[in-house]
Design a protein around this ligand. Structure first.
Ligand code: FAD
Length: 279
C-alpha cells in the first residue's frame, strides 16, 4: 500500500524543526519504521514529514558514568557504538524486528511511538532512564516511568522532541541486568518482555529495577516485584510478579505463565551477572 502524498522537510536547525511542526498536521519523522507503516494503513495522514534525524542527537557517550543515547541513534548504532551499554538494553535492542528495522529504527522514535510492546522500554524503565525533551518553550527532563501515558501516547507536547535518553551511572555495588522476552512468531514483537537490573552486595539484592512490556497498556515498572526482590538471593523469585495487570483477556493464563518464566529467567541472569557468574 502506498501512503498518501505529503511534504517532506529536513530542517537544518531545531528552530526550523519547531517552525515546521507548528502545522498541527505535521509529524516528526525519524527512522520511519513505525510511522510509515501507519501512513500506509492510513492510520496517520500527516501534511508534512519533519525529518529530525540530523537534529535530535546521534551520540552514544559515557558522561560522568552516565550513558547518554541520542534519540536519533538506531538500534544497530547503539549495539555497535563500543560504549558500555547495559546488557538488558543491548539484549532488548538485539531482539527488535529484523536487521532492516534495527538499521533504521531509532531509540527516540521507539520511545515516542510508545508501542505497548516496545522492547527497549522495559530495560530503560528498569535502569531508571531519564529523557531529555525539547520544545519551543524550553527543555525538560522526564523520568521514563512518567513518560508513557497509555497505548501509543506519552507526555510529549505538540512540537516537543525527544532529544536523548540518559541512563544513570551504576551504584557502588556490583550490577547486572538482563532482558528476557517471548516473541510473537509472526510479528517478532514481544508477547511478554521482562527487564531486571540488580545490584548485589554479599550475595543479596541491594538495589533492583524491574519492568515489563507487552502485557499492559504501556511498558511499566513493577514496584511490587522490585520491593520483593530486595534482600533476595538469586533463584528465589517471589510471587510478586503475579500482581502485574494483564491486558491479555482470554489468553491471560498463558501470558501470566510466560511472565513468570521470563521474570524468573531475567532475575536469575541479572543476579548471575551482578555476581560475576555470567556475562
Ligand atoms: C516489521 C516491523 C517489526 C518490528 N518489530 C519490533 C519489535 O520486535 N520490537 C519493538 O520494540 N519494535 C518493533 N518494531 C517497531 C520499531 O522498532 C520502532 O517502533 C521504530 O524503530 C520506531 O522508531 P523510528 O525511528 O522508525 O520512528 P518513526 O517511525 O519515524 O516515528 C515513530 C513515532 O515517533 C515520533 N517520533 C520519532 N522520533 C521522535 C523524536 N525524537 N521526538 C518526538 N517524536 C518522535 C514520530 O512522529 C512517530 O509518531 C517493528 C517495526 C516493524 C515495521
Amino acid at each position: 500500500v502506498i501512503p498518501a502524498s505529503c511534504n517532506y522537510e529536513r530542517p537544518a536547525t531545531i528552530g526550523d524543526a519547531f517552525a515546521a511542526l507548528a502545522d498541527p498536521d505535521a509529524k516528526v519523522l525519524a527512522g520511519g519504521q513505525s510511522l510509515v507503516p501507519m501512513m500506509k494503513l492510513r492510520l496517520a495522514r500527516p501534511s508534512t514529514l519533519v525529518d529530525v534525524c540530523g537534529i535530535v542527537g546521534a551520540h552514544v557517550e559515557q558522561i560522568g558514568g552516565a550513558l547518554h543515547v541520542g534519540a536519533g541513534v538506531t538500534y544497530d548504532e547503539l549495539l555497535r557504538s563500543g560504549a558500555v551499554v547495559p546488557t538488558a538494553l543491548a539484549e532488548a535492542a538485539r531482539s527488535v524486528g529484523d536487521l532492516q528495522i534495527r538499521n533504521a529504527g531509532t531509540i527516540g522514535g521507539a520511545l515516542a511511538h510508545a508501542d505497548p510492546a516496545c522492547d527497549i522500554a522495559a530495560p530503560m524503565l528498569s535502569l531508571d532512564a531519564t529523557l531529555r525533551l525539547q520544545s519551543p518553550s524550553g527543555e525538560r527532563l522526564v523520568a521514563i516511568d512518567e513518560f508513557f501515558t497509555g497505548p501509543y501516547t506519552t507526555v510529549l507536547d505538540a512540537q516537543e522532541l525527544v532529544m536523548e535518553a540518559i541512563l544513570p551511572a551504576p551504584g557502588d555495588h556490583a550490577a547486572g541486568s538482563a532482558y528476557v522476552s517471548f516473541e510473537d512468531l509472526a510479528s517478532g514483537y514481544p508477547i511478554v518482555g521482562v527487564a531486571v537490573c540488580v545490584e548485589a552486595q554479599d550475595g543479596r539484592v541491594a538495589r533492583c529495577g524491574a519492568a515489563v512490556t507487552g502485557v499492559g497498556p504501556s511498558p511499566t515498572r513493577v514496584p511490587a516485584l522490585e520491593a520483593a526482590l530486595l534482600g533476595q538471593r538469586d533463584a528465589e523469585l517471589p510471587a510478586a510478579i503475579d500482581g502485574v495487570e494483564l491486558l491479555a483477556g482470554e489468553h491471560a493464563d498463558y501470558h501470566r505463565h510466560l511472565l513468570r518464566v521470563a521474570a524468573n529467567r531475567a532475575f536469575a541472569c541479572a543476579a548471575d551477572r551482578a555476581q560475576g557468574r555470567a556475562t
